[in-house]
Design a protein around this ligand. Structure first.
Ligand code: SF4
Length: 372
């Protein structure tokens, strides 16, 4: 049965109009889903009973079953494996940032997946090693966020009396399993639900799309009229090494990506981040940092260095902290703004695809916390 959130609000309005229902019913339904956390139509008591019955015959709004949950960082990071049916499963991760430790996080970020598996085949990525199965639908992306904004998961809803105070999702990063821009339609439709006031109502600037570098889709995204952040994965200072690490990069050069970033900045007024996974003695030499700086100089971008989380391939290792800091210093000395990504959830394997790999390959049951 089709999930209602695979339709846009306008499509739901049109569907209801074809049933002879007033269009405002679509907004009422969205309010039940996004504000009250409704997971079935029967609970939507402001709708006429006959409409609730017809909706449940035509659509579902059920959340995906949870296969596994792991928590780390004293509960600040939680990772869930969601069952999409047919043997497909995806991961979603929630990260709370509470720098002053007062129990009220300043930021609650959810990292969503956009595909089952991934076709980009990055050598250092557990998901890339699994191969590509299929794109997620918009509803399958949006419900990952709803999973973590349900009251039982610590999400805050506005209305229901008796619900305890908890924390609202503030940011979404499209950095889970899959290449979001290879599932362009699904990603954009999900962003529209996550940001529109009738949906989750997040700030567009609170959303970041991370791509391994699909130039045509970056240009398309820059023309959507959205203010979402963009992260482009470079991972190498030269094209030969980049093609070795990302075999599907093909004819796309680093210069092509820097130019695409420049156009994105001009059109959207947003800074672009270049992600760079640091691999010991592969791409972390000081001269490679200087070469990288030369390639991206003069563009309003910053570099996010990600020390490799070693689970994907046997031949790749994580560099020492000294090597990480030396690489960062070289970039900074060349005038490039460079940060090192804060480690989250290392002990629960928070890099994309790793929980799914663990669960599917585990010979014995894993120490999982089952979802309530
Ligand atoms: S790093 Fe991202 S783009 Fe590359 S294989 Fe993994 S999921 Fe796909």
């Amino acid at each position: 049965m089709q999930h209602l959130l695979d339709l846009s609000l306008e499509q739901i309005e049109a569907e209801l109009a074809s049933w002879g229902e007033p269009r405002y019913r679509a907004k009422q339904i969205a309010e039940w889903v996004f504000r009250h956390g409704a997971t079935d139509f029967a609970s939507m008591t402001s709708l006429p009973p006959a409409l609730r019955t017809r909706l449940s015959e035509a659509f579902t709004i059920a959340p995906p079953p949870v296969l596994a949950v792991r928590a780390a960082d004293d509960g600040g990071t939680t990772k869930a494996l969601l069952d999409l049916g047919g043997g497909d499963a995806v991961e979603t991760v929630r990260m709370d940032y509470d720098p002053d430790g007062d129990g009220e996080p300043d930021r609650v970020t959810v990292c969503v997946s956009t595909q089952v598996g991934c076709a980009m085949a990055c050598r250092f990525c557990a998901t890339g090693l699994q191969g590509f199965t299929r794109n997620l639908t918009p509803a399958e992306i949006v419900t990952q966020v709803l999973h973590f904004s349900r009251p039982s998961q610590g999400g805050r809803r506005e209305t229901r009396p008796g619900e305890g105070a908890a924390h609202r999702v503030t940011n979404i990063v499209f950095m889970g399993m899959g290449e979001p821009l290879a599932n362009y339609a699904g990603t954009i439709a999900a962003i529209r639900w996550l940001t529109r006031p009738e949906g989750l109502g997040l700030r567009q600037r609170g959303i970041t799309v991370s791509t391994v570098g699909l130039v045509r889709q970056i240009d398309r995204l820059s023309l959507e009229g959205l203010q979402v952040g963009l992260t482009i994965s470079l991972h190498a200072p030269d094209d030969d090494l980049r093609r070795d690490l990302i075999p599907t990069a093909g004819g796309t050069s680093i210069d092509d990506l820097v130019e695409a970033a420049r156009r994105y900045i001009e059109r959207c007024g947003r800074r672009v981040t270049f992600a760079y996974a640091l691999l010991d003695h592969v791409n972390d030499e000081p001269e490679q940092a200087r070469a990288l700086a030369r390639r991206i100089r003069g563009i309003q971008a910053h570099v996010n260095l990600i020390p490799y989380n070693p689970t994907a391939g046997p031949d790749l290792r994580r560099p020492s902290l000294g090597r990480v800091r030396a690489f960062q210093r070289e970039l900074q000395a060349a005038g490039i703004n460079a940060t090192v990504r804060i480690e989250r959830g290392v002990e629960i394997a928070a890099a994309c695809g790793q929980l799914r790999t663990d669960v599917q390959h585990a010979a014995t049951p894993l120490p999982l916390v089952l979802d309530a």
